[in-house]
Design a protein around this ligand. Structure first.
Ligand code: TRP
Length: 523
Protein backbone atom coordinates (compact mmCIF):
# COMPACT_ATOMS: atom_id res chain seq x y z
CA UNK A 1 0.00 0.00 0.00
CA UNK A 2 1.30 3.42 -0.82
CA UNK A 3 0.40 6.03 1.69
CA UNK A 4 -0.58 9.47 0.49
CA UNK A 5 -0.02 11.77 3.36
CA UNK A 6 -2.54 14.49 4.18
CA UNK A 7 -1.52 18.07 3.50
CA UNK A 8 -2.46 21.33 5.18
CA UNK A 9 -3.73 24.27 3.17
CA UNK A 10 -1.89 27.60 3.22
CA UNK A 11 -2.83 28.82 6.67
CA UNK A 12 -4.03 25.45 7.90
CA UNK A 13 -0.86 24.53 9.71
CA UNK A 14 -0.49 27.82 11.58
CA UNK A 15 -4.11 27.72 12.67
CA UNK A 16 -3.91 24.08 13.68
CA UNK A 17 -0.60 24.31 15.52
CA UNK A 18 -1.48 27.51 17.33
CA UNK A 19 -4.94 26.07 18.04
CA UNK A 20 -3.24 23.06 19.60
CA UNK A 21 -0.93 25.21 21.65
CA UNK A 22 -3.58 27.68 22.81
CA UNK A 23 -5.85 25.84 25.19
CA UNK A 24 -6.79 25.46 28.82
CA UNK A 25 -3.08 25.83 29.53
CA UNK A 26 -3.13 29.42 28.30
CA UNK A 27 -6.46 30.58 29.54
CA UNK A 28 -6.39 29.25 33.07
CA UNK A 29 -3.44 26.99 33.93
CA UNK A 30 -0.88 29.74 33.34
CA UNK A 31 -2.59 32.12 35.73
CA UNK A 32 -3.29 29.39 38.25
CA UNK A 33 0.34 28.26 38.20
CA UNK A 34 1.62 31.81 38.28
CA UNK A 35 -0.56 32.44 41.31
CA UNK A 36 0.48 29.23 43.00
CA UNK A 37 4.18 29.97 42.60
CA UNK A 38 3.90 33.57 43.74
CA UNK A 39 2.99 35.50 40.56
CA UNK A 40 6.08 37.69 40.07
CA UNK A 41 8.33 34.71 40.81
CA UNK A 42 6.88 32.76 37.92
CA UNK A 43 7.28 34.72 34.76
CA UNK A 44 11.09 34.99 34.75
CA UNK A 45 11.67 31.21 34.87
CA UNK A 46 8.86 31.07 32.33
CA UNK A 47 10.67 33.44 29.96
CA UNK A 48 13.92 31.51 30.40
CA UNK A 49 12.01 28.35 29.54
CA UNK A 50 10.53 30.07 26.50
CA UNK A 51 13.88 30.89 24.93
CA UNK A 52 15.95 27.94 26.09
CA UNK A 53 13.40 25.14 25.80
CA UNK A 54 10.27 26.38 24.05
CA UNK A 55 11.63 27.73 20.79
CA UNK A 56 14.51 25.25 20.22
CA UNK A 57 12.41 22.18 21.08
CA UNK A 58 9.56 23.45 18.92
CA UNK A 59 12.01 23.73 16.00
CA UNK A 60 13.26 20.24 16.81
CA UNK A 61 9.78 18.66 16.90
CA UNK A 62 8.67 20.42 13.73
CA UNK A 63 11.91 19.70 11.90
CA UNK A 64 11.79 16.05 12.94
CA UNK A 65 8.20 15.45 11.82
CA UNK A 66 8.68 17.35 8.60
CA UNK A 67 11.87 15.53 7.69
CA UNK A 68 10.64 12.03 8.52
CA UNK A 69 7.05 12.61 7.34
CA UNK A 70 5.87 10.35 10.12
CA UNK A 71 4.23 10.61 13.54
CA UNK A 72 6.30 10.72 16.73
CA UNK A 73 7.25 7.07 17.50
CA UNK A 74 8.09 6.26 13.89
CA UNK A 75 10.12 9.47 13.56
CA UNK A 76 12.11 8.71 16.72
CA UNK A 77 12.56 5.14 15.58
CA UNK A 78 14.30 6.46 12.48
CA UNK A 79 16.65 8.38 14.77
CA UNK A 80 17.53 5.73 17.31
CA UNK A 81 15.81 2.45 16.42
CA UNK A 82 13.65 0.60 18.92
CA UNK A 83 14.69 2.57 22.03
CA UNK A 84 13.69 5.74 20.21
CA UNK A 85 10.37 4.27 19.25
CA UNK A 86 9.78 3.19 22.85
CA UNK A 87 10.21 6.77 24.05
CA UNK A 88 7.76 7.91 21.39
CA UNK A 89 5.08 5.44 22.43
CA UNK A 90 5.68 6.11 26.10
CA UNK A 91 5.10 9.80 25.44
CA UNK A 92 1.93 9.08 23.50
CA UNK A 93 0.59 6.82 26.22
CA UNK A 94 1.13 9.57 28.76
CA UNK A 95 -0.56 11.87 26.26
CA UNK A 96 -3.54 9.53 26.14
CA UNK A 97 -4.04 10.01 29.89
CA UNK A 98 -3.88 13.76 29.40
CA UNK A 99 -6.36 13.49 26.50
CA UNK A 100 -8.83 11.64 28.70
CA UNK A 101 -8.80 14.04 31.60
CA UNK A 102 -8.49 17.08 29.35
CA UNK A 103 -11.75 16.00 27.74
CA UNK A 104 -13.33 15.40 31.15
CA UNK A 105 -12.45 18.98 32.03
CA UNK A 106 -13.95 20.14 28.74
CA UNK A 107 -17.09 18.16 29.53
CA UNK A 108 -17.34 20.09 32.80
CA UNK A 109 -16.69 23.31 30.90
CA UNK A 110 -19.64 22.40 28.71
CA UNK A 111 -21.74 21.90 31.83
CA UNK A 112 -20.67 25.30 33.10
CA UNK A 113 -21.35 26.81 29.67
CA UNK A 114 -24.92 25.52 29.82
CA UNK A 115 -25.14 26.86 33.36
CA UNK A 116 -23.80 30.25 32.38
CA UNK A 117 -27.08 30.96 30.58
CA UNK A 118 -28.85 30.92 33.93
CA UNK A 119 -28.42 28.26 36.62
CA UNK A 120 -24.78 28.99 37.37
CA UNK A 121 -25.56 32.43 38.75
CA UNK A 122 -28.37 31.26 41.02
CA UNK A 123 -28.19 30.71 44.75
CA UNK A 124 -26.73 27.33 45.84
CA UNK A 125 -29.98 26.10 47.28
CA UNK A 126 -29.93 23.21 44.86
CA UNK A 127 -26.91 21.67 46.51
CA UNK A 128 -28.32 21.52 49.99
CA UNK A 129 -27.50 17.81 49.87
CA UNK A 130 -23.87 18.70 50.52
CA UNK A 131 -22.94 19.32 54.09
CA UNK A 132 -21.20 22.62 53.61
CA UNK A 133 -23.22 23.86 50.68
CA UNK A 134 -24.23 27.02 52.47
CA UNK A 135 -20.62 28.06 52.95
CA UNK A 136 -19.66 27.61 49.32
CA UNK A 137 -19.49 30.30 46.69
CA UNK A 138 -22.35 29.94 44.20
CA UNK A 139 -19.98 28.83 41.44
CA UNK A 140 -18.40 26.14 43.57
CA UNK A 141 -21.79 24.86 44.64
CA UNK A 142 -23.01 24.79 41.05
CA UNK A 143 -19.86 22.96 40.00
CA UNK A 144 -20.26 20.23 42.62
CA UNK A 145 -23.88 19.93 41.77
CA UNK A 146 -23.13 19.65 38.06
CA UNK A 147 -20.32 17.10 38.33
CA UNK A 148 -22.29 14.85 40.61
CA UNK A 149 -25.40 14.93 38.44
CA UNK A 150 -26.25 12.95 35.34
CA UNK A 151 -25.35 15.79 33.00
CA UNK A 152 -21.75 14.56 32.81
CA UNK A 153 -23.02 11.42 31.09
CA UNK A 154 -24.07 13.67 28.22
CA UNK A 155 -21.42 16.39 28.33
CA UNK A 156 -18.39 14.10 28.15
CA UNK A 157 -19.64 12.08 25.12
CA UNK A 158 -20.62 15.32 23.37
CA UNK A 159 -17.04 16.55 23.65
CA UNK A 160 -15.74 13.20 22.41
CA UNK A 161 -18.17 13.29 19.51
CA UNK A 162 -16.98 16.76 18.55
CA UNK A 163 -13.40 15.49 18.65
CA UNK A 164 -14.31 12.58 16.40
CA UNK A 165 -16.03 14.88 13.90
CA UNK A 166 -13.08 17.26 13.82
CA UNK A 167 -10.40 14.62 13.25
CA UNK A 168 -12.58 12.44 10.99
CA UNK A 169 -11.08 13.53 7.67
CA UNK A 170 -7.63 14.25 9.09
CA UNK A 171 -5.82 17.48 8.30
CA UNK A 172 -8.72 18.67 6.14
CA UNK A 173 -11.44 18.57 8.74
CA UNK A 174 -9.10 19.77 11.50
CA UNK A 175 -8.22 22.72 9.32
CA UNK A 176 -11.87 23.59 8.73
CA UNK A 177 -12.59 23.65 12.45
CA UNK A 178 -9.51 25.54 13.60
CA UNK A 179 -9.81 28.23 10.97
CA UNK A 180 -13.11 29.18 12.60
CA UNK A 181 -12.06 28.62 16.23
CA UNK A 182 -8.69 30.34 16.29
CA UNK A 183 -9.71 33.80 15.00
CA UNK A 184 -12.80 33.73 17.23
CA UNK A 185 -10.65 32.86 20.24
CA UNK A 186 -8.50 35.92 19.71
CA UNK A 187 -11.52 38.18 19.39
CA UNK A 188 -13.12 36.82 22.56
CA UNK A 189 -9.87 37.07 24.49
CA UNK A 190 -9.40 40.69 23.47
CA UNK A 191 -12.92 41.52 24.68
CA UNK A 192 -12.19 39.85 28.01
CA UNK A 193 -8.89 41.62 28.54
CA UNK A 194 -10.46 45.01 27.78
CA UNK A 195 -13.12 44.21 30.33
CA UNK A 196 -10.55 43.11 32.92
CA UNK A 197 -8.28 46.10 32.54
CA UNK A 198 -11.07 48.63 32.75
CA UNK A 199 -12.24 47.29 36.10
CA UNK A 200 -11.30 49.55 39.02
CA UNK A 201 -7.97 48.34 40.53
CA UNK A 202 -7.61 45.74 37.78
CA UNK A 203 -4.20 47.13 36.90
CA UNK A 204 -2.90 46.21 40.38
CA UNK A 205 -3.15 42.59 39.38
CA UNK A 206 -0.98 43.25 36.36
CA UNK A 207 1.67 44.85 38.59
CA UNK A 208 1.55 41.84 40.84
CA UNK A 209 1.97 39.46 37.92
CA UNK A 210 4.97 41.29 36.51
CA UNK A 211 6.91 42.46 39.56
CA UNK A 212 9.73 39.94 39.83
CA UNK A 213 10.25 38.21 43.15
CA UNK A 214 13.92 37.25 43.07
CA UNK A 215 13.93 35.75 46.53
CA UNK A 216 11.72 32.88 45.46
CA UNK A 217 13.25 32.56 41.99
CA UNK A 218 16.68 31.83 43.44
CA UNK A 219 15.67 29.74 46.39
CA UNK A 220 12.88 27.51 45.20
CA UNK A 221 13.40 24.97 42.45
CA UNK A 222 9.77 24.01 42.35
CA UNK A 223 9.02 27.37 40.69
CA UNK A 224 11.37 26.37 37.88
CA UNK A 225 9.82 22.94 37.72
CA UNK A 226 6.38 24.52 37.46
CA UNK A 227 7.49 26.97 34.77
CA UNK A 228 9.23 24.30 32.69
CA UNK A 229 6.26 21.91 32.81
CA UNK A 230 3.95 24.77 31.95
CA UNK A 231 6.11 25.65 28.94
CA UNK A 232 5.99 22.11 27.56
CA UNK A 233 2.28 21.83 28.19
CA UNK A 234 1.30 25.17 26.75
CA UNK A 235 3.33 24.72 23.58
CA UNK A 236 2.04 21.12 23.20
CA UNK A 237 5.65 19.90 23.26
CA UNK A 238 7.00 16.63 24.56
CA UNK A 239 4.31 14.33 23.24
CA UNK A 240 5.06 14.62 19.57
CA UNK A 241 1.92 16.55 18.68
CA UNK A 242 3.92 19.07 16.72
CA UNK A 243 5.84 16.26 15.03
CA UNK A 244 2.58 14.74 13.79
CA UNK A 245 1.28 18.11 12.60
CA UNK A 246 4.54 18.96 10.80
CA UNK A 247 4.45 15.63 9.00
CA UNK A 248 1.43 17.00 7.09
CA UNK A 249 3.52 19.90 5.75
CA UNK A 250 5.44 19.72 2.49
CA UNK A 251 9.19 19.46 2.90
CA UNK A 252 9.68 22.88 1.40
CA UNK A 253 8.04 24.71 4.29
CA UNK A 254 10.05 26.89 6.63
CA UNK A 255 10.11 25.27 10.09
CA UNK A 256 12.07 27.98 11.90
CA UNK A 257 9.52 30.52 10.83
CA UNK A 258 6.66 28.20 11.78
CA UNK A 259 8.16 27.56 15.20
CA UNK A 260 8.67 31.25 15.91
CA UNK A 261 5.12 32.07 14.84
CA UNK A 262 3.47 29.34 16.89
CA UNK A 263 5.58 30.04 20.00
CA UNK A 264 5.02 33.77 19.95
CA UNK A 265 1.29 33.52 19.20
CA UNK A 266 0.85 31.02 22.00
CA UNK A 267 2.81 32.86 24.64
CA UNK A 268 1.34 36.21 23.56
CA UNK A 269 -2.11 34.75 24.10
CA UNK A 270 -1.05 33.35 27.44
CA UNK A 271 0.21 36.71 28.69
CA UNK A 272 -2.97 38.45 27.57
CA UNK A 273 -5.04 35.84 29.38
CA UNK A 274 -2.83 36.18 32.46
CA UNK A 275 -3.40 39.93 32.47
CA UNK A 276 -7.17 39.49 32.08
CA UNK A 277 -7.37 37.01 34.94
CA UNK A 278 -5.04 38.81 37.33
CA UNK A 279 -6.89 42.07 36.82
CA UNK A 280 -10.13 40.29 37.59
CA UNK A 281 -8.70 38.73 40.76
CA UNK A 282 -7.38 42.03 42.03
CA UNK A 283 -10.37 44.12 41.07
CA UNK A 284 -12.60 41.98 43.25
CA UNK A 285 -10.01 40.98 45.86
CA UNK A 286 -10.54 37.29 45.22
CA UNK A 287 -8.04 34.84 46.65
CA UNK A 288 -8.04 31.73 44.48
CA UNK A 289 -8.13 28.37 46.21
CA UNK A 290 -4.88 27.42 44.51
CA UNK A 291 -5.72 24.63 42.10
CA UNK A 292 -6.02 24.99 38.35
CA UNK A 293 -9.54 23.58 38.28
CA UNK A 294 -10.87 25.71 41.07
CA UNK A 295 -9.48 28.72 39.21
CA UNK A 296 -11.39 27.72 36.09
CA UNK A 297 -14.69 26.76 37.57
CA UNK A 298 -15.09 28.65 40.85
CA UNK A 299 -12.83 31.65 40.96
CA UNK A 300 -13.36 33.14 37.53
CA UNK A 301 -17.19 32.96 37.65
CA UNK A 302 -17.00 34.61 41.08
CA UNK A 303 -15.23 37.53 39.44
CA UNK A 304 -17.47 37.64 36.39
CA UNK A 305 -20.66 37.82 38.43
CA UNK A 306 -19.38 41.05 39.97
CA UNK A 307 -19.02 42.81 36.63
CA UNK A 308 -21.05 46.01 36.67
CA UNK A 309 -23.14 44.85 33.71
CA UNK A 310 -23.78 41.86 31.44
CA UNK A 311 -22.26 39.20 33.66
CA UNK A 312 -24.24 36.51 31.84
CA UNK A 313 -22.90 37.61 28.49
CA UNK A 314 -19.34 37.60 29.78
CA UNK A 315 -19.89 34.25 31.47
CA UNK A 316 -21.13 32.66 28.27
CA UNK A 317 -18.25 34.30 26.41
CA UNK A 318 -15.67 32.95 28.83
CA UNK A 319 -16.91 29.36 28.68
CA UNK A 320 -17.32 29.52 24.89
CA UNK A 321 -13.71 30.64 24.66
CA UNK A 322 -12.65 27.84 26.96
CA UNK A 323 -14.50 25.26 24.87
CA UNK A 324 -13.12 26.43 21.53
CA UNK A 325 -9.57 26.68 22.80
CA UNK A 326 -9.90 23.33 24.54
CA UNK A 327 -11.32 21.56 21.50
CA UNK A 328 -8.63 22.79 19.15
CA UNK A 329 -6.10 21.40 21.67
CA UNK A 330 -7.78 18.10 22.43
CA UNK A 331 -8.07 17.25 18.74
CA UNK A 332 -4.32 17.65 18.44
CA UNK A 333 -3.72 15.20 21.27
CA UNK A 334 -6.19 12.81 19.68
CA UNK A 335 -4.69 13.23 16.21
CA UNK A 336 -1.15 12.60 17.49
CA UNK A 337 -2.27 9.25 18.90
CA UNK A 338 -4.33 8.26 15.86
CA UNK A 339 -1.66 9.19 13.34
CA UNK A 340 0.96 7.20 15.27
CA UNK A 341 -1.22 4.08 15.26
CA UNK A 342 -2.04 4.50 11.57
CA UNK A 343 1.62 4.96 10.67
CA UNK A 344 2.64 1.92 12.68
CA UNK A 345 -0.05 -0.54 11.65
CA UNK A 346 -1.28 0.87 8.34
CA UNK A 347 -4.77 0.70 9.85
CA UNK A 348 -7.88 2.41 8.53
CA UNK A 349 -8.26 5.92 9.89
CA UNK A 350 -11.95 5.71 10.66
CA UNK A 351 -11.64 2.41 12.51
CA UNK A 352 -8.79 3.73 14.66
CA UNK A 353 -10.75 6.89 15.45
CA UNK A 354 -13.84 4.98 16.52
CA UNK A 355 -12.00 2.46 18.69
CA UNK A 356 -9.97 5.11 20.44
CA UNK A 357 -12.93 7.40 20.92
CA UNK A 358 -14.91 4.68 22.68
CA UNK A 359 -11.98 3.71 24.90
CA UNK A 360 -11.13 7.35 25.52
CA UNK A 361 -14.69 8.19 26.44
CA UNK A 362 -14.73 5.40 29.01
CA UNK A 363 -11.45 6.75 30.39
CA UNK A 364 -12.90 10.25 30.60
CA UNK A 365 -15.85 8.84 32.56
CA UNK A 366 -13.48 7.31 35.08
CA UNK A 367 -11.88 10.70 35.60
CA UNK A 368 -15.33 12.17 36.05
CA UNK A 369 -16.54 9.59 38.58
CA UNK A 370 -18.46 11.45 41.22
CA UNK A 371 -18.79 8.48 43.53
CA UNK A 372 -16.71 9.39 46.49
CA UNK A 373 -17.45 12.84 47.77
CA UNK A 374 -14.81 14.29 50.02
CA UNK A 375 -16.72 14.45 53.31
CA UNK A 376 -15.41 17.86 54.27
CA UNK A 377 -15.82 19.25 50.78
CA UNK A 378 -12.78 21.39 51.32
CA UNK A 379 -10.31 19.60 49.15
CA UNK A 380 -10.61 18.18 45.73
CA UNK A 381 -14.15 17.01 46.07
CA UNK A 382 -14.51 13.70 44.34
CA UNK A 383 -12.50 10.62 43.64
CA UNK A 384 -12.59 11.72 40.04
CA UNK A 385 -10.87 14.93 40.89
CA UNK A 386 -8.38 13.23 43.14
CA UNK A 387 -7.53 10.71 40.44
CA UNK A 388 -7.33 13.55 37.96
CA UNK A 389 -4.94 15.41 40.24
CA UNK A 390 -2.70 12.41 40.61
CA UNK A 391 -2.52 11.55 36.94
CA UNK A 392 -2.04 15.21 36.15
CA UNK A 393 0.85 15.21 38.58
CA UNK A 394 2.56 12.34 36.77
CA UNK A 395 1.67 12.96 33.14
CA UNK A 396 1.76 16.75 33.13
CA UNK A 397 4.30 17.40 35.87
CA UNK A 398 6.76 14.63 35.12
CA UNK A 399 5.87 12.85 31.86
CA UNK A 400 6.26 15.87 29.62
CA UNK A 401 9.68 16.76 30.96
CA UNK A 402 10.87 13.16 30.90
CA UNK A 403 9.96 12.78 27.22
CA UNK A 404 11.43 16.22 26.53
CA UNK A 405 14.70 15.07 28.07
CA UNK A 406 14.89 11.86 26.03
CA UNK A 407 13.80 13.65 22.89
CA UNK A 408 16.79 15.99 23.18
CA UNK A 409 19.14 13.07 23.85
CA UNK A 410 17.83 10.95 20.97
CA UNK A 411 17.74 13.66 18.36
CA UNK A 412 20.74 15.56 19.72
CA UNK A 413 23.12 12.67 20.27
CA UNK A 414 21.90 9.60 18.41
CA UNK A 415 20.59 11.24 15.28
CA UNK A 416 22.59 14.45 15.39
CA UNK A 417 21.24 17.91 16.18
CA UNK A 418 23.37 19.13 13.29
CA UNK A 419 21.43 17.09 10.76
CA UNK A 420 18.11 18.50 11.91
CA UNK A 421 19.58 22.01 11.91
CA UNK A 422 20.93 21.61 8.37
CA UNK A 423 17.62 20.20 7.19
CA UNK A 424 15.66 23.06 8.72
CA UNK A 425 18.12 25.68 7.46
CA UNK A 426 17.87 24.32 3.95
CA UNK A 427 14.33 25.72 3.64
CA UNK A 428 14.50 28.62 6.01
CA UNK A 429 15.35 32.30 5.59
CA UNK A 430 16.55 32.55 9.14
CA UNK A 431 19.57 30.32 9.62
CA UNK A 432 20.11 28.56 12.91
CA UNK A 433 23.66 28.66 14.22
CA UNK A 434 25.65 26.08 16.15
CA UNK A 435 23.96 27.39 19.28
CA UNK A 436 20.99 25.22 18.31
CA UNK A 437 23.08 22.04 18.59
CA UNK A 438 24.52 23.19 21.92
CA UNK A 439 21.07 23.84 23.35
CA UNK A 440 19.63 20.53 22.17
CA UNK A 441 22.62 18.44 23.19
CA UNK A 442 23.63 20.07 26.46
CA UNK A 443 21.70 23.03 27.79
CA UNK A 444 18.12 21.78 27.47
CA UNK A 445 18.65 18.22 28.76
CA UNK A 446 20.81 19.38 31.66
CA UNK A 447 18.30 22.03 32.65
CA UNK A 448 15.41 19.59 32.45
CA UNK A 449 17.28 17.03 34.53
CA UNK A 450 18.26 19.52 37.22
CA UNK A 451 14.72 20.82 37.44
CA UNK A 452 13.23 17.32 37.57
CA UNK A 453 15.56 16.24 40.37
CA UNK A 454 15.59 19.37 42.50
CA UNK A 455 12.02 20.40 41.79
CA UNK A 456 10.85 17.01 43.00
CA UNK A 457 13.05 16.92 46.08
CA UNK A 458 10.98 19.63 47.65
CA UNK A 459 7.77 17.85 46.73
CA UNK A 460 8.99 14.65 48.28
CA UNK A 461 9.56 16.39 51.55
CA UNK A 462 6.16 18.03 51.57
CA UNK A 463 2.74 16.46 51.71
CA UNK A 464 1.90 17.31 48.12
CA UNK A 465 4.19 14.63 46.75
CA UNK A 466 1.34 12.64 45.32
CA UNK A 467 -0.11 15.54 43.43
CA UNK A 468 -2.99 15.86 45.82
CA UNK A 469 -2.97 17.00 49.39
CA UNK A 470 -6.20 15.12 50.00
CA UNK A 471 -4.64 11.80 49.18
CA UNK A 472 -1.41 12.41 51.04
CA UNK A 473 -2.80 10.74 54.13
CA UNK A 474 -3.41 7.62 52.06
CA UNK A 475 0.09 6.88 50.88
CA UNK A 476 -0.75 3.44 49.60
CA UNK A 477 -3.36 4.79 47.20
CA UNK A 478 -0.86 7.23 45.84
CA UNK A 479 1.82 4.57 45.64
CA UNK A 480 -0.57 2.29 43.79
CA UNK A 481 -1.49 5.09 41.40
CA UNK A 482 2.15 5.72 40.60
CA UNK A 483 2.73 1.99 40.15
CA UNK A 484 -0.23 1.61 37.82
CA UNK A 485 0.76 4.65 35.81
CA UNK A 486 4.35 3.47 35.40
CA UNK A 487 3.40 -0.10 34.64
CA UNK A 488 0.66 0.81 32.17
CA UNK A 489 2.76 3.30 30.24
CA UNK A 490 5.95 1.20 30.15
CA UNK A 491 4.27 -2.12 29.33
CA UNK A 492 2.05 -0.52 26.71
CA UNK A 493 4.99 1.23 25.09
CA UNK A 494 7.01 -2.01 25.04
CA UNK A 495 4.20 -3.97 23.38
CA UNK A 496 3.64 -1.30 20.76
CA UNK A 497 7.35 -0.97 20.04
CA UNK A 498 7.80 -4.70 19.60
CA UNK A 499 4.79 -5.18 17.34
CA UNK A 500 5.45 -5.42 13.67
CA UNK A 501 5.58 -2.17 11.75
CA UNK A 502 3.49 -1.99 8.60
CA UNK A 503 5.62 -1.67 5.49
CA UNK A 504 4.61 1.20 3.27
CA UNK A 505 5.84 1.30 -0.27
CA UNK A 506 6.44 4.25 -2.49
CA UNK A 507 8.24 7.52 -2.27
CA UNK A 508 6.78 8.82 0.97
CA UNK A 509 8.72 6.16 2.82
CA UNK A 510 11.94 6.86 0.98
CA UNK A 511 11.37 10.54 1.52
CA UNK A 512 11.54 9.99 5.23
CA UNK A 513 14.64 7.83 5.32
CA UNK A 514 17.15 9.35 7.72
CA UNK A 515 19.92 9.49 5.16
CA UNK A 516 17.80 11.08 2.46
CA UNK A 517 18.71 14.55 3.83
CA UNK A 518 15.51 15.86 2.33
CA UNK A 519 17.29 17.22 -0.72
CA UNK A 520 16.72 14.78 -3.53
CA UNK A 521 13.08 14.16 -2.86
CA UNK A 522 11.69 17.47 -1.72
CA UNK A 523 8.15 18.08 -2.79
N1 TRP B 1 -1.24 23.10 24.71
C1 TRP B 1 -2.54 22.80 25.18
C2 TRP B 1 -2.95 23.81 26.22
O1 TRP B 1 -2.26 24.74 26.47
C3 TRP B 1 -2.68 21.41 25.72
C4 TRP B 1 -2.11 20.39 24.84
C5 TRP B 1 -2.51 20.09 23.60
C6 TRP B 1 -0.99 19.59 25.13
N2 TRP B 1 -1.68 19.16 23.08
C7 TRP B 1 -0.75 18.84 24.00
C8 TRP B 1 -0.16 19.46 26.21
C9 TRP B 1 0.34 17.97 23.95
C10 TRP B 1 0.89 18.58 26.17
C11 TRP B 1 1.16 17.86 25.04
O2 TRP B 1 -3.97 23.69 26.81
Amino acid sequence: MTQKRDRWGTLGFIFAASGSAIGLGNIVFFSANAYKYGAGAFYIPYLVAFFVLGIPIMILELGLGNKMQRAFPESLSRCAGKPGEFVGWWGLLSASFITMYYITILGWALGMWVGSFGGLWAHPGTVAAFKDAGKMAFSQAFFYHMISGKGVLIYVPIIWLLNVLIVWRGAKSIEEAVSIFVPLMWIMMIILILRGLTLPNGIQGVYRLFTPDFKIIFSDFSVWHGAFSQMFFTLSLGFGIMTAYASYLPKTSDQTNNALMVCSMNCGFEFIAGIAIFSLLFAFAIVPAGGTLSMTFWTIPRGIVQFPFWHRVFGVLFFTLLLMAGLSSSVSLFEAIISAVIDKFGASRKKVILIFAVLGCLGSFIFALPTVIDPKLDGCGTLGLTLLDMIDHWSFGQGLLIVGFFECIIVGWFYGAKKIREYVNHHSNLHLGVWFDIIIKFVAPIMILVVLVFGNLKDFKSATVYGSSYISGHAWVAGAALGIWLFATCAGAAVLTLSKTYEYEGEERRGGEPDAEGKSNDE
